[in-house]
Write a protein that binds this ligand. Structure first.
Ligand code: NAP
Length: 240
């Protein structure tokens, strides 16, 4: 049995990751913050072996509960995918303290919260994999996203530090940096900005959530058994 936690599994990339993992035989612990009905429907549609755990990843105790649920229900934990994330885009001069805090506490602190609890279990187990969803924006920066870029760059540094700490115990930690993926997160972006972004993507199209999910599945698998501390871009060549 292989057991995976996916945070923010209710929609978008998280949902695609859950689908790919389920198809690959994983039992799933799916974290959500809102809309359980939609998530229940999705789980039954794909016929996944899954438990659904409500929680806000910004909250240390919620993250602890999430990891505990996996161990209580399935007795082990093989994979943590830190996927949940948000944007609150605006130029620095207009950015409120709350815009900065909310984004960093979700994307970076949330990743710390879940990783900290999962690592304890994997450390004892002497096996496991963690995949953190960062962003190309964490590598290149982007106008209007100083909060988001800081959080996703933080995730990259965090990934490398934790990869070094956990490697001797057989736990691998990697980050995925998607470019522009069509989801509800990017739906809200103004058409002019979408057009300008598209013109900077050598492959000439936006990515699909499935493109990210396939990479996560690979990094989680035995095929990636000698890969740790890496940041792998899935961006159609957007940032090279
Ligand atoms: P999305 O459609 O907005 O989905 C984000 C998910 O995260 C939602 O299910 C949301 O749940 C959940 N979430 C947000 N805050 C949470 C919290 N505090 N606790 C628990 N769950 C929370 O976004 P997406 O495009 O699938 O993005 C998924 C990840 O990929 C994010 O980390 C994002 O930064 C990253 N990414 C996306 C792109 C892209 O182009 N789409 C590019 C690079 C990186 P609720 O709806 O209940 O809040």
């Amino acid at each position: 049995m292989k057991v995976a936690i996916v945070t923010g599994a209710g929609r978008g990339i998280g949902r695609s990751i859950a689908t790919a993992l389920s198809k690959d035989g994983y039992s799933l612990v799916l974290n959500y913050r809102s809309n359980v009905t939609e998530l229940e429907q999705f789980v039954s549609e794909i016929g996944a072996d899954a438990i659904l755990v409500k929680g806000d990843i910004r909250n240390f105790e919620d993250a602890e509960e999430l990891v505990k649920s996996a161990v209580t229900h399935y007795g082990r934990l093989d994979l943590l995918v830190n996927n949940a994330g948000i944007t609150k885009d605006t130029l620095l001069l207009r950015m409120s303290e709350d815009d900065f805090d909310t984004v960093t506490s979700t994307n970076l602190k949330g990743t710390f919260n879940c990783t900290k609890h999962a690592a304890k279990v994997m450390f004892k187990q002497r096996s496991g994999a963690i995949v953190n969803i960062s962003s190309v924006v964490g590598i290149t920066g982007n106008i209007g996203q100083s909060n988001y870029a800081a959080s996703k760059a933080g995730v990259i540094g965090f990934t490398k530090a934790v990869a070094r700490e956990l490697a001797p115990r057989g736990v691998r930690v990697n980050a995925v940096a998607p470019g522009f993926i069509a989801t509800q997160m990017t739906d809200v972006i103004h058409e002019d900005i979408k057009k300008a972004t598209l013109s900077n993507i050598p492959m000439g199209k936006f990515g699909e959530a499935e493109d990210v999910a396939n990479l996560v599945l690979f990094l989680a698998s035995e095929k990636a058994k000698y890969i740790t501390g890496q940041v792998v871009q899935v961006d159609g060549g957007m940032a090279m």
